[in-house]
Design a protein around this ligand. Structure first.
Ligand code: ATP
Length: 501
């Protein structure tokens, strides 16, 4: 059957100053498809989709939507016309309830004589949540109290309505919990069945191959090619897609290949009977040369443990200890050689209105000081070294972080701790949003750090990442440790899931 064309993009270009993000892109999107978009960090995926969704204008080219010329002024216009997009970064309105977030811009529907009936609004919000199968979040909940992962779900619920014709998901899965991912997958398949179009951006090849009906590969602002479902099922599909993405062969070796779980007896960091909020009496010991993985479902407490280990949580009792000293603040943590890559990249990991260089050198400034003077040349050298080794796609280190693509921002939040030579690294979803080539280098770097005797806490929603990298995996459930497994060739995801549910 002939597919019905929904959106056509012709010869689209986009310039950001000297950077050309799109170099004459042609694309067609049809009803009833889940179109994957894949490509290295900075290849133009978010740029092209954000233009379709009205967030910014193209520099050149044309678009049609349902056969008519399409040039939206803003996201609201696009959303009203049926095109909505979930962004990579957190995008909920703080200090409001879940209902206020979900119904923002729609309160007229629930008001009479200027008075809003919150009862009706809350009932509507509750209905929306239920229709997505979300039962653990409620209309009256404060959005501030929700986890990062649950706030991402709220964004999805807000974006999709009966009127949605095109739903763009920009690298969202890695921000969700494992349950959140299932809700998203169910949703996109329902939309496909209803003849809508889903544009699905992801760096996870397995996810793309499982969920999408078609795939488009971008590289450096160009479309490199398309694959249909049959081509995606071919035995050489993964190799072919990788080659299209990076323009060279990428080896299979991805995670650690060794099974050596030995480490020094020396303790690098200890959490001793720590209690705060729902976490009660939690202890852990991290040794030099050890990679300690943490996994679990949404709200299991693993992200909170990472924060506490970096001095970000106010403890009710117990202590965080490194080298015999208590760590009570993140400043003390940094001074004692601890680094922390937060999952909440834009809010906790980066100074968005600052340069790449400033972000990278900030934690190591004391080591660059000569008296009261900091040599600008050494700042630049240290930053340039990290920009090179992480292949951060930018003009110069002076470029502001908020102009980088999502994956390139993630590289900066990783690079600032490697530049500092942190002895203990707490990584909360460190490879979030980075492409396969960089992921490979990050994993190699983590394995190298272990060899150098550095101590690593790896918190991850990716079970393959935990199995592939950790010496020991601690599984959490309901804010407690529910299980523990050791690295082994025969270790499978099901061995971990058993302790999660
Ligand atoms: N506001 C901006 N100012 C300057 N450059 C920008 C801006 N937005 C995007 N760019 C640049 O445009 C290029 C394409 O970025 P885009 O976000 O589309 O990449 P992407 O394929 O979505 O990457 P990722 O996988 O990392 O999310 C990058 O080089 C990026 O730095």
């Amino acid at each position: 059957m002939e597919k019905e064309l929904l959106i056509e993009v012709k010869n689209m270009t986009k310039f950001f100053g000297p950077t050309q993000a799109l170099k004459g892109v042609d694309m067609r999107f049809y009803r009833g498809e889940i179109r994957g978009l894949i490509g290295e960090n900075g290849s133009g995926k978010s740029t092209v989709t954000s233009i379709i969704a009205g967030m910014q204008a193209a520099s050149g080219g044309t678009m049609t939507y349902k056969g008519q010329s399409w040039k939206p002024e803003n996201m609201v216009e696009a959303q009203k016309a049926g095109i909505s997009m979930v962004l990579q970064e957190a995008n909920t309105i703080p200090d409001c309830t879940v209902a206020e977030n979900l119904l923002a811009g729609r309160f007229d529907e629930f008001s009479k004589f200027g008075f809003v009936s919150m009862k009706k609004a809350n009932a509507e919000a509750e209905k929306m949540l239920l229709s997505f199968g979300i039962t653990n979040i409620h209309a009256k909940d404060s959005i501030n109290k929700l986890t990062f992962e649950d706030r991402k779900l709220i964004e999805i619920v807000r974006c999709v309505s009966d009127e949605t014709e095109v739903f763009v998901v920009d690298e969202t899965t890695t921000a969700l919990s494992l349950e959140g991912r299932q809700i998203l997958y169910k949703l996109i398949h329902e939309l496909k069945e209803k003849g809508k179009c889903v544009i699905f951006i992801s760096h996870d090849m397995d996810e793309i191959l499982e969920q999408c009906t078609d795939l488009t590969v971008l590289r450096d602002g160009n479309i490199i090619g398309h694959l249909n479902r049959e081509e995606m099922d071919a035995p050489d599909a993964v190799q072919r897609i990788r080659y299209m993405m990076v323009g060279r062969e990428i080896g299979e070796a991805y995670y650690r290949e060794d099974y050596d779980t030995s480490h020094s007896d020396e303790i690098a960091l200890e959490l001793k009977n720590v209690s705060f909020g729902p976490i009660k009496d939690f202890s852990l010991t991290l040794h030099k040369g050890e990679i300690l993985g943490f996994g679990g479902l949404s709200g299991c407490g693993m992200h909170e443990v990472g924060r506490a280990a970096f001095g970000l949580e106010k403890l009710e009792s117990g202590s965080v200890v490194r080298n015999g000293k208590e760590i009570k603040t993140c400043l003390q943590a940094i001074e004692s050689g601890i680094g922390y890559i937060s999952k909440n990249r834009d809010k906790e990991a980066l100074i968005l209105d600052g340069s790449i260089q400033d972000n990278i050198v900030l934690p190591l400034l004391p080591s660059l000081e000569h008296g009261t003077f900091i040599n600008p040349a050494s700042e630049k050298d240290r930053a340039d070294k990290e920009i090179d080794s992480f292949r951060i796609k930018c003009g110069t280190g002076k470029q502001w972080v908020n102009t980088l693509s999502g994956g390139n921002k993630q590289k900066v939040s990783f690079a600032k701790w490697t530049a500092r030579g942190s002895e203990v690294l707490i990584m909360d979803c460190p490879t979030r949003g980075v492409d396969i080539g960089v992921k490979q280098s990050m994993y190699a770097l983590i394995a190298q750090m272990k060899k150098e005797g550095k101590a690593i806490i790896l918190i991850s929603e990716e079970m393959a990442e935990l199995i592939g990298m950790a010496d020991k995996i601690i599984i959490m459930k309901d804010f407690r440790k529910s299980g523990e497994v050791m690295r082994a060739p025969e270790l499978k995801e099901t061995d971990i899931i058993e302790y999660m549910i």
